[in-house]
Design a protein around this ligand. Sequence first.
Ligand SMILES: Nc1ncnc2c1ncn2[C@@H]1O[C@H](COP(=O)(O)OP(=O)(O)O)[C@@H](O)[C@H]1O
Ligand SMILES: [Mg+2]
Length: 368
Amino acid sequence: MHAEPILKVENVVKKFGEVTALDGVSINVNRGEIVCFLGPSGCGKTTLLRVIGGFYEQEAGDVTLDGALINGIPPEKRDTVMFFQNYALFPHMTVYENVTYGLRVRRVPREAMKKQAGEILALIQLDGMEDRFPNQLSGGQQQRVALARALILNPKLLLLDEPLSNLDAKLRSYMREEIIKIRENLNLTIIFVTHDQEEAMSIADKIAVMRCGLIEQIGRPVDIYRYPESTYVANFVGSANFLKATVTGSDQSGSVEIDTHMGSLKMTAPRKEYSTGAKVVAVIRPESIGVSFEDSSNSSKSLKGEILRGSYLGSQMIYTIRVREETITVNLSDPGEEQIKKAGDTVYLTLPEYIHLIDAAKAGEFFD
Ligand SMILES: Nc1ncnc2c1ncn2[C@@H]1O[C@H](COP(=O)(O)OP(=O)(O)O)[C@@H](O)[C@H]1O
Ligand SMILES: [Mg+2]
């Protein structure tokens, strides 16, 4: 049986004067999932989160939570809790008072409150710190108190707007793990807004990539990375080589022949069928290309190129390489000293057997 999504957003429009912040957004979120809204600043992530949380009312469209339409219902009457970017603890209140604040507002009896607080504090490993004040806690502990304050309300949906963006890198990765653990322990459904693709990849079950008030693509991190439907999405997660190409032949087995600035390539593109003459962009990730400095492969697939630039980063070497009329980027991981070459040196590249193609219509900038 297919479970009903806990959240359904259908054709939501939200405008601020002349600005259309959400342009007819639809998305379903399943129970227990972590979904990330990912996209550049100004694409509508916060607005969508705030519509779901009830902080903005949409001009059109519906939001349904756990089967009930919640349009027009104020935030405190929804089973959602929002955790703001600049969380602030009450400085004059102890950890316990901060964490139980929402329960006191809801007039939960003292004993029940104590029990719930104990459970949440244990879950996020702050038991024993009930009587401390925020200024007696580290940044990470403060962050966890803020999270506990949201979690204690036992929301159906936890809404997090760039919750980790003010933390240093180490604390950020620690908090990612915490959030994943909390989700498992409480079987929570979480929507997590970020503009950081690595954060989205590491935490999300599904990523919704947003662009100008719309969701451009939604899928598992692996779908977004390996099968981006547009060059916009491919660019937003990781780096990519885009080869402008024309399909010159294809067959039912998924084999395609494309004509590119590097010459004619025969590859496998199993996801879709392409007709001869179709304009496409081939997406090739820099880490998926094999590099050799000797012409030993004697394979017809080996392409000869010239190094234009190389950057040694320790864990990898990033080469910019000219192959005929095309310039591509290649990452070589764990480079040995003998693999550090200079501009002008010759290299031999092996392209991956499988390739992903994007239709010209979804790669506008290449065909203008
Ligand atoms: N309260 C507001 N008043 C006017 N315009 C707003 C307001 N909030 C957001 N916007 C505009 O709506 C668009 C989407 O903003 P936002 O949802 O904050 O994007 P993001 O969170 O992805 O950075 C932007 O063009 C922004 O300037
Ligand atoms: Mg925002």
